[in-house]
Structures are given as C-alpha cells and as structure tokens.
Design a binder for this molecule. Structure first.
Ligand SMILES: Cc1cc2nc3c(=O)[nH]c(=O)nc-3n(C[C@H](O)[C@H](O)[C@H](O)COP(=O)(O)OP(=O)(O)OC[C@H]3O[C@@H](n4cnc5c(N)ncnc54)[C@H](O)[C@@H]3O)c2cc1C
Ligand code: FES
Length: 281
C-alpha cells in the first residue's frame, strides 16, 4: 500500500504532459500523462488508487489510475465527459499540460488476494480502476487462481478498452454483456448481473471486486451475498464528491469514514450500515 507522505504543500500539483489521447467511446477517452522533471515519469501506485487531475483555469477532479502499475514512465486516466473539468480536459491535445496530485486512497488489497480466485465486475467507466488490477494479475498470473472479469456496458459502442479486453482473454476469463445490442452484436444482452448466473467460483476462496454505478453495486452486492460470498470478500470502489483527496476537507465523508483516504476501496463489512439504503442489504 502506498501511504500518502505529505511533503511541502500537499495541494500543489506536479506538472504532467499529455503524451497520448485515445478515444474509447463517443464520450470517453484515455489520457496518457508523463510527469515533468521526474525520472521515471510515472507514479508508484497500487491498483485502485486515484489521482486529482487539474485542468488549469477550470478546476480539479479525481480519476482512478487506469494504467498498469508496472508502467514506470507514465500513468493513464480514462475519463467520461460529464461536466466542467472533464469537458475542458477533452479540449486538450498531445503536448498540453495538466496538474496531477497523488496517488491517493486505498486500492485493491492485491497481496491479500494473492493465492485466491478473483471475480471482477465492472459497469461502464467503472472498468477503469479494474484495468490496473487485471494488468497486475496477468503479470503475476501464477499467484492467482481462476480469474473472471464480468463487464457490462450500455451498448456495444460504449465498451471501453476493446483492444485490451481481447488481449486479456488469453490470460483470464472475460465475459461481456450490453444492456442493448445492435445489428453487429452477437454477445450477451442484459445488465451485468445476468453474467453472475454462470459463475462457478467457490465464494469462500474468491475475492469479488466491483466498480460501477451505485445501482449496479447494489444489485451485484445483493447477488453476491445470495451466492454465499462473505461480506469481507465483497470489495467495491466507491465514488463521492471530493475536494482535497487527502482526508483534510471532509467533503467525501460517509459516516466516520473518508472515502478519499480510508477508501475508495471498501469491503462490504466495512461500510454496511454507513451507506445510503441503495447499497445496503
Ligand atoms: C475516487 C474517484 C475515482 C473516479 N474515477 C473516475 C474515472 O476513472 N473516470 C471518470 O470518468 N470519472 C471518475 N470519477 C468521477 C469524476 O471525478 C467526475 O466525473 C468528475 O469529478 C466530474 O467533474 P466535472 O467538473 O467534469 O463535472 P461537474 O461539472 O462537477 O459535474 C457534472 C455532473 O457529474 C456529477 N458528478 C461530479 N462528480 C461526481 C462524482 N464523483 N460522482 C458522481 N457524480 C459526480 C455532478 O453531480 C454533475 O451532475 C471518479 C471519482 C472518484 C471520487
Ligand atoms: S476529499 Fe477532502 S476529506 Fe476526502
């Protein structure tokens, strides 16, 4: 776990150059960032951690690091255009500069998960914090048991990481569904929970990790409990409105916990009763 060490002014971002922009879907792009004046130009992070990215003149927003933790020379963030900061970010091209603070938060407990099966469930852009975990697992494939990734997108056009999903199939079991198909789609349709029907992993030897919209987390968690997953083996990454990202401002608090610092990754037993009814049993 990479604990935050505050040196100097913790609000001061590092300068980072955008060196590649890749369109994922009509409203989602992956930005590759190199930190200026540093060698290596990436960050040492745990899968599931996030950074605060500032677009100068517009503001700052938290994004999960979506690149492999083994990449030393850059980090990537995969961003859906929703509002002020993300719209401004989408106007930037290769060579532009942004600010980066982090990495922040508690990521997936990769060491604890070692030796176990892993069931990953991603919805929409929620696959972003799963991508570094998949890359970590593939790089250490012999340390994990059966690994299954279930991914749900709204339509075939909304599938993020199309190239990677095909590549990952060589190493892990990848299953995809879309809410609504089109004339090209030959795969499954329906929300991501339909894919859980065919999962045959022993819940006592499997960690489930999920990231997606709250409604997905609610239904997936209910289903995992029915399937016999112990609460401490149901892990999810939560989103809350954030400012500082470091446990100072209190913007992201649920109950007594800071989502930015104690999370964003929590197990169900840690947050049961602290969340809105939509995510509790
Ligand atoms: C830990 C963490 C990791 C995240 N990782 C990613 C990621 O990898 N990719 C990505 O695209 N987004 C991610 N997000 C969400 C992202 O931070 C917001 O989409 C972003 O802050 C929106 O900024 P904006 O100025 O463009 O939108 P705004 O103008 O601030 O808001 C536009 C709309 O989005 C809503 N909104 C803003 N922030 C959030 C939020 N955190 N949760 C839910 N709704 C929100 C607002 O209520 C509003 O309706 C993450 C958020 C957190 C807390
Ligand atoms: S965002 Fe400031 S305390 Fe979490």
């Amino acid at each position: 776990m990479n604990e935050l060490v505050v040196k100097g002014n913790p609000y001061l971002p590092s300068l980072a150059r955008i060196v590649r922009v890749r369109d994922e879907t009509p409203d989602t792009r992956t930005f590759r960032l190199e930190l200026e004046g540093r060698k290596p130009r990436g960050l040492n992070f745990t899968p599931g951690q996030f950074v605060e990215v500032s677009v100068f003149g517009y503001g700052e927003a938290p994004f999960s690091i979506s690149s492999s933790p083994l990449e030393e020379d850059f980090i990537e963030v995969t961003v859906r255009r929703v509002g002020n900061v993300t719209r401004a970010l989408f106007r930037l091209r290769d060579g532009s500069f942004v600010g980066v603070r982090g990495p922040f938060g508690r990521g997936w407990p990769v060491e604890e998960m070692s030796g176990e099966n892993v069931l990953m469930i991603g919805g929409g852009i929620g696959i972003a914090p799963l991508r570094p975990l998949v890359e970590y697992i593939i790089a250490n494939r012999e340390s994990f048991g059966d690994v299954v990734l279930l991914y749900g997108a709204r339509t075939p056009k909304d599938i993020v990481y199309k190239e990677e999903l095909e590549k990952w199939r060589e190493y892990i079991d990848v299953r995809i569904t879309v809410d609504v198909g089109d004339e090209t789609w030959r795969g499954r349709t329906g929300v991501v929970t339909v894919l859980l029907d065919d999962v045959e992993l022993d819940p006592r030897k499997t960690y489930s990790v999920q990231c997606g919209p709250p409604i997905m987390i609610y239904f997936v968690t209910r289903r995992l409990v029915e399937m016999g997953f112990p609460d401490e083996r149901i892990l999810f990454s939560l989103e809350r409105l954030m400012k500082c990202g470091m446990g100072f401002c209190g913007h992201c608090m649920i109950g007594g916990k800071f989502v930015c610092k104690d999370g964003p990754v929590f197990s169900y037993d840690e947050v049961k009763g602290l969340l809105e009814p939509a995510v509790t049993r």
